[in-house]
Design a protein around this ligand. Sequence first.
Ligand code: GRG
Length: 297
Amino acid sequence: MSFEEIREEKVKEIEKLLERMLPKVEGPQAKVIEAMHYSVMAGGKRLRPMLLKEASLLYGQNCEGVEEFMAALEFIHTYSLIHDDLPAMDNDEYRRGRKTTHVVFGEDLAILAGDALLNYAYETAASAVIKYPENAGIPQAFAILAGKAGIFGMVGGQSADVLNENRTEPLSLEEILFIHENKTAALIECALMCGSLLGGADLEQADRMEKAGSAIGLAFQIQDDILDAEGTFEELGKPIGSDEKNQKTTYLSLMGKEQARSKVKELTEEAVAILQEGEKRNPFLEELVLSLITRRS
Ligand code: GRG
C-alpha cells in the first residue's frame, strides 16, 4: 500500500473511533449532541489524533489510554473550530466543506456544542485515568492535554490573535510567532507529547517531542497561510483569501512567499531529524510530517 492509502485507512479507523466515543444522540440534550456529531464527523485530516497514535508507537504497542486521548484531542480541536467560526470571532460560513455549526444549529447551540466537546474531551481522558491506573503516563498526559489547550496554549494564542485583529500597524515577527506557537502548535505538541507519554516515554523524551511538535506546528501554520493565499475552495472546504481580505499580518505577509516556503521545509526537516533521534523509528510518522510540506488541504 502507498503512504496515501495507509493514511486514508488510518483516517477511517480514527473516524470509527470518534463515532464510538461520542455520546449517543438521545435524551433532552439530543439536539446539542447532534451538533457535536455534526462538527466532529464533518471530515478533516485527523492530523492530531494520528500524530498522537504514531508518537505512542515510537515507545510502545497498543498503549492503554491512547484511544481515549486521540478522541479527546480531536474533540478539543473541533470545539476550537466551532468557536473560531462563530460570528463573534471569524464569522465563517463554511468549514470542512460544510456549513459551519452555528449556521446549521444556531449560535446558541454552536456555543454549547463547543463547550460540551471541550468538557467531554476531559471526561473521555479522565475515563482512561480510572480505567488504566497502572499506566503512569496517563496522568502526565492529562496535565499536558489541559495545559496545551488552555490559556498557556491554544486559548492564549487565540486571545492574542483576536485582540490584535483591529490593530492598524502590522504585527512584529515575534508577535506572529507567539500566536502561531500557541494557537496552532500547542495542540500538535500536545499530540506528540501525550502519545509518547502514553507509550512509556520519560519526561526528557516528551520534551523532545514538544520541540518536534513546535516545529511541525509552525510549519503547518505557515503552509496554512500559503494555502489561504493560493488554494481553492474545493481543496480547503472553505473560502480562500480571508487573511488578505481581513488585512491580517501573517508570516507569509511579513516574509514573502519564497521565505515562507523555505521556512516550511526547514522546520519540517528539523522536526523529522528530532523524530529520528530516538531508539525506535516510525517511518509512517516521518512521512506524515514530510507530507505536510506539500499539503493542499
Ligand atoms: C476558539 C479557543 C479557540 C481557538 C481557536 C483552531 C483555532 C483556534 C482557530 C482556527 C483558525 C486557524 C487557522 C487555526 C490554526 C490552526 C489550524 C490551521 C486549524 C485547522 O486545522 P486543520 O487544518 O483542520 O488540521 P482539519 O479540518 O483538517 O481538522
